[in-house]
Design a protein around this ligand. Structure first.
Ligand code: BDP
Length: 331
């Protein structure tokens, strides 16, 4: 049907009117709703860290950015949610570095045994150039590394007896995170590692599928593992931090200004998260001691020596080797 002149004029007028309205809508009002995953319960410092980031991002975007944190594995276990994050089904995800190890070679570095001298050494490394390089490594794999959160140091715990030396771990069935590095680390100690997602550890300990696991006090406490494995041996063998990633697909959909808001809000949530971490670590330790956990300290040297060969296996290429060296040289 031919368009009559008045009708054509009306159509033109309508589109001329609609266009600026649409642009205006896009630039200011369109809400950006993002879903973030975490396996930890509400109140855990990583969950609260992302909530702090969400608050900052909302303020700085004049209310446009809305981040909803799905804690307590509501969206699934870390390995599965990371896959979904790569494909843009989930927008943000806070996990440990470990489930990224097999995908992103750089991410093995911060988990290597006895690499960081203490928490402040770890902060200096991860807050600096090396930390940024590690975070950037995820980008080729569909993930934007936004920031690192604290996770303290991981120690061994089990239901059989206190561990004092690697010799006492011979043949012990130890749950590990789903990463080749973590399998190798436990094998180096003589243990028999079983990779399991976090949510399966409690019943594995309870039924004897595994004898023990390893983690920091806040996870040992909040996952209730102390109820079924009461010997906590302070090996502090790894300080593998946490990482907050964003789906590159979700990120690429946003304008530069909103991308900056998200990056900066994540970065600025880190000091607050660290304060919460310190408080939670102390509270968790006190709670498990009251509940009957037996804590023993160990001579760490034999553990360090037994685990040293994993460096050759996982920090093999020149770039990763140099990264380890640079970390050791960081004052
Ligand atoms: C905790 C980490 C969490 C890991 C968990 C584990 O915060 O991301 O999934 O350890 O070992 O410390 O499964």
């Amino acid at each position: 049907m031919p368009i009559t002149l008045p009708r054509r004029r009306a159509l033109l007028a309508a589109s001329a009117f609609a266009a600026p309205a649409l642009i205006g809508f896009k630039a200011s009002a369109q809400a950006i709703n993002l879903r973030s995953a975490d396996i930890h319960p509400d109140g855990y410092p990583t969950v609260e860290g992302v909530k702090i980031m969400a608050k900052l991002a909302k303020e700085r975007s004049n209310g446009r950015i809305n981040i909803q944190v799905f804690h307590s594995r509501q969206l699934g276990e870390e390995k599965d949610t990371l896959e979904q994050t790569r494909f843009g089904v989930i927008d943000l995800n806070r996990t440990n570095f470990a489930p990224l190890n097999n995908l992103v070679p750089e991410t093995v570095i911060p988990g290597l045994p006895f690499l960081f001298r203490d928490e402040s050494h770890m902060h200096r490394v991860m807050d600096g150039e090396i930390g940024s390089e590690i975070l950037a490594g995820a980008e080729k794999h569909g993930l934007i590394g936004l920031c690192c959160y604290d996770s303290g140091a991981r120690s061994m715990y089990n239901r059989l007896r206190p561990i004092n030396s690697p010799a006492e771990m011979k043949g012990m069935k130890i749950r590990v995170q789903q990463s080749d590095l973590w399998l190798a680390m436990m094998r180096a100690l003589g243990a028999n590692p079983t990779p399991l997602p976090t949510g399966e550890i409690y019943s594995a300990l309870q039924t004897g599928v595994v004898d023990g696991a390893e983690n920091n006090y806040p996870t040992y406490q909040s996952q209730r593992h102390f109820e079924v494995s009461k010997y906590y041996s302070v090996t502090e063998h790894s300080m593998s931090p946490e990482i907050l990633v964003m789906s590159k697909r979700s990120y690429d959909r946003l304008g530069k200004d909103m991308q900056t808001v998200l990056r900066e809000s994540a970065r600025d949530s880190v000091p607050e998260m660290r304060k919460l971490w310190v408080a939670r670590s102390e509270a968790a330790k006190a709670e498990v001691v009251t509940a009957g956990t037996q804590i023993n300290t160990v001579d760490k040297k034999p553990f360090e020596q037994a685990m040293a060969p994993v460096y050759e296996q996982f920090a093999r290429d020149a770039r990763l080797k140099a990264m380890v060296q640079r970390i050791r040289e960081t004052a």
